[in-house]
Design a protein around this ligand. Structure first.
Ligand SMILES: Nc1ncnc2c1ncn2[C@@H]1O[C@H](COP(=O)(O)OP(=O)(O)OP(=O)(O)O)[C@@H](O)[C@H]1O
Ligand SMILES: [Mg+2]
Length: 321
């Protein structure tokens, strides 16, 4: 059985929704929409959902539900949020032996204010997920075939150590860098030499290479990594393994309830097929199906697909590279 070790943040997510106070408000001076809460006011919300998040825990649940050997490595605190993270991972059959505890910081915690259009604003305490100890990220003794890495809060030294050790141990790397890593292009670039699969959205791709359309971005990225994937929300995705190039649209035109976890479900969905030797096309179809399902439910994990889900065809084309 293929084993994937997911490394990164673990948080508890609390979603507040179904409130007239959480409606998007436009501001004449800006293009963006805002949530406006009057200082000193008391606002009722009619729905609360408790779930857990952090890109790496979300990914490990995809791997477990897809029947892979899934392990999570990250840092939590000694608190109820940490217990919630552990309980979720245990329930899903994710191996939690490499979880470490912070003595100084609480588990990461997000309050998510969910607007009626599926967009949301986060108030996040990163806590133990950011203030971790580098020595707790040692791969010694693991028999993982792949690492799934999302953000390490911009700590390039820790990433460098993990990537280096993985290379020495012949472990392949899937990487979905976060904004704090992308902000340091001169340190990120050498790390990418070790990466087997790079998954980014369109804006993130443009922080690594120049290019306007998805194909241009994917082609440039394949000069750096063997497999490159660039997603573009509801507009679909483009990917290449250097042999063919796949362009896929929307798996299903679903009502978006909560976008949280879309990127994680996409990347981990891709890797659960790719690591099992499936081709680029099949891996993209499952990635799309998994992420589309996740946006229809509140929370980053509840929509993750199980192994017995029957997939259907989707708009997709493939051509030689
Ligand atoms: N509105 C939507 N309807 C259907 N599928 C969607 C929608 N938004 C996203 N997806 C699916 O999720 C995938 C990843 O979304 P996106 O490109 O927005 O990733 P991302 O920006 O990395 O997300 P995140 O903010 O979670 O990191 C898309 O390729 C698509 O398959
Ligand atoms: Mg993302």
């Amino acid at each position: 059985m293929v084993k994937i070790l997911s490394i990164g943040a673990a948080v508890q997510d609390v979603f507040l929704s179904h409130s007239s106070e959480l409606k998007p408000v436009s501001d004449k001076t800006a293009d963006e929409l805002f949530l406006k809460i009057e200082l000193g006011s008391k606002n009722d919300v009619n729905n609360i959902d408790f779930s857990t998040g952090g890109g790496a825990t979300n990914a490990s649940v995809t791997f477990a539900r897809q029947g892979l050997d899934a392990e999570f490595m990250g840092t939590i605190g000694h608190d109820p949020a940490g217990a919630a993270v552990l309980a979720d991972l245990d329930k899903e059959g994710v191996d939690t032996n490499r979880i470490s505890y912070s003595d100084k910081h609480n588990t990461g915690y997000s309050v998510v204010l969910l607007a009626s259009n599926g967009e949301r604003s986060f108030l996040t305490y990163r806590g133990a997920s950011t203030h971790y100890d580098i020595k707790n990220f040692d791969l010694t003794g693991t028999n993982a075939d792949w690492l799934y890495l999302s953000s390490m809060a911009g700590d390039m030294e820790t990433l460098d150590r993990i990537f280096h050790q993985a290379k020495q141990m012949n472990i392949k790397i899937f990487f979905n860098p976060g904004k704090d890593e992308l902000r340091k292009p001169e340190l990120l670039r050498p790390l990418l030499d070790e990466v087997n699969v790079l998954s980014v959205n369109r804006e993130e791709a443009q922080q690594i290479v120049n290019g306007e359309d998805l194909e241009e971005l994917v082609r440039r990225l394949t000069n750096i990594v063997p497999v490159a994937i660039v997603s573009d929300g509801p507009n679909g995705v483009m990917a290449s393994d250097g042999k063919t190039i796949v362009r896929a649209g929307m798996y299903e035109d679903v009502p978006v309830i909560d976008r949280t976890g879309a990127g994680d479900a996409f990347g981990s969905g891709f890797l659960s097929y790719w690591a099992n030797g499936r081709d680029l096309k099949d891996s993209i179809v499952f990635a799309s199906a998994n992420s589309t399902s996740v946006v229809t439910k509140i929370g980053a994990k509840s929509g993750i697909l199980s192994k017995d889900t029957v997939l259907h065809a989707m708009p997709l084309s493939e051509k030689p590279f």
